[in-house]
Design a protein around this ligand. Structure first.
Ligand code: PLP
Length: 408
């Protein structure tokens, strides 16, 4: 079978796929480390990394080999039976998180959906029938199922899909007093991203997260951390909540968990996990031998190559270089982030910047309309950071000279 040209790929996609994505005119066909190659051979430095998925880099040899070997042995096995790779990955995640039990699914949204169900079930048992509400933050993002868009504190994801499920409340992020006010007799849990991703790369304050934990303990609420994007080394610790010394009762993971292969996980401490009994939750494909083999390879790589430490080190360098760059351009409002989860907030729409970076061989994306998000593989080097910052500098320079035109 011959490979399609990029124009053929665009035409076929535009003709047959549902129009749920605004796609950039790039058709990557090969990847290695932080590099991607398009169908027409153009090379890109990938600072989007599958949106924080390819943390070990594209096609890490260990992940590729694990998938190759497992695919030849056993691809799928029902959860009616015991699955070796699933047990091993659960043990690895439980040991490193200190959360006692794991449920595997296929995506971030499914992990969040599972967290919502587990919190409600736990509350029914421990707090009574009237306790079901989950409070989340404005500008959060928790996925695209009906419950997840309702948990997401952003109207734009909910509009058009009403009626939405009941049982969610919203508060401003980093505002403890607002959360205290919002807790009521129906509340059973608080769900937060320690670093909001899609909402604009917003980092939680230490006092805030510690205060949220205390409030949950005082009011008998579960604390759920959605670490689908910020977890697994991205922020410079294996889990973002480690920066704060605050432990959740439930945590969701996905994205980087499979090194590019789809897998999600829901973790909970033993006493909370006990609320789920046989038949309460399930997934046909969740925790398949193939997905868990990929997951084991990815998580072992993150641990053995000490990628959280690289994320901390190179992330600090990236922030430093970007802050220096930002100080020269009035249209850059703020550079913020933690580890290799970085946002550049602009005073104007970000999409034209994304396009110009892409033309120059750098992939980044834009969230919240005006925040350029940089989430490169955790294997990224200082040289690759320099390369990316040089592209951004050229793009900013072009913008500045464009804005300067016509001025006296
Ligand atoms: N939760 C967070 C924090 C996310 O960033 C995302 C995706 O961006 C999700 C949940 C949903 O994950 P998925 O797209 O795998 O369903």
């Amino acid at each position: 079978m011959r490979n399609l040209t990029r124009e053929e790929i665009f035409a076929l996609s535009d003709r047959y796929l549902m129009r749920t994505y605004g796609r950039a005119p790039v058709a990557p066909v090969r990847g290695a480390g932080a590099r991607l190659w398009d169908a027409d051979g153009k090379e890109y430095l990938d600072f989007a990394a599958g949106v924080a998925v390819c943390s070990v880099g594209h096609c890490h040899p260990r992940v590729v080999e694990a998938i190759r070997q497992q695919a030849a042995r056993l691809i799928h096995c029902s959860n009616l039976y015991y699955i070796e790779q699933q047990a091993r990955l659960a043990a690895l995640l439980a040991e490193h998180s200190g959360l006692g039990r794991v449920f595997f699914c296929n995506s971030g949204a499914e992990a969040v959906e599972g967290a919502i169900k587990l919190a409600r079930k736990w509350a029914k048992i421990h707090k009574g029938r009237g306790s079901y509400e989950i409070i989340t933050a404005f500008n959060s993002f928790h996925g695209r199922t009906l419950a997840c868009i309702t948990a997401t504190g952003q109207l734009k994801y909910q509009k058009g899909f009403e009626p939405l499920p009941q049982g969610f409340g919203y508060v401003p992020f980093n505002d403890l007093a607002a959360l205290e006010d919002a807790v009521n007799e129906h509340t059973c849990a608080v769900m937060l991203e320690p670093v909001q991703g899609e909402g604009g790369v917003n980092v939680a304050d230490g006092d805030y997260l510690r205060g949220v934990r205390e409030l949950c303990d005082r009011a008998g609420l579960l604390l759920i951390f959605d670490e689908v994007q910020c977890g697994l080394g991205r922020t410079g610790h294996l889990f973002a909540h480690e920066h704060y010394g605050v432990k959740p009762d439930i945590m969701t993971l996905a994205k980087a968990l499979g090194g590019g292969f789809p897998i999600g996980a829901l973790l909970a401490r033993e006493e909370v996990a006990q609320a789920f009994g046989p038949g309460d939750h399930a997934s046909t494909f969740g925790g398949s031998p193939l997905a868990c083999a990929a997951g084991l390879a990815a998580v072992e790589t993150i641990l053995e190559e000490n990628l959280p430490a690289n994320a901390a080190r190179v992330g600090a360098y990236l922030l430093e270089r970007l802050r220096e760059l930002a100080s020269r351009y009035a249209f850059v409002k703020e550079v913020r982030g933690l580890g290799l989860m970085v946002g550049i907030e602009l005073t104007q729409p970000g999409d034209p910047f994304v396009e110009r970076c892409r033309d120059k061989g750098l992939l980044v994306n834009c969230v919240s309309g005006n925040v350029l998000r940089l989430v490169p593989p955790l294997t990224i080097t200082r040289q690759e950071v320099d390369e990316a910052v040089n592209v951004l500098e050229r793009v900013f320079e072009e913008e500045a000279s464009k804005e300067g035109e016509g001025q006296p």
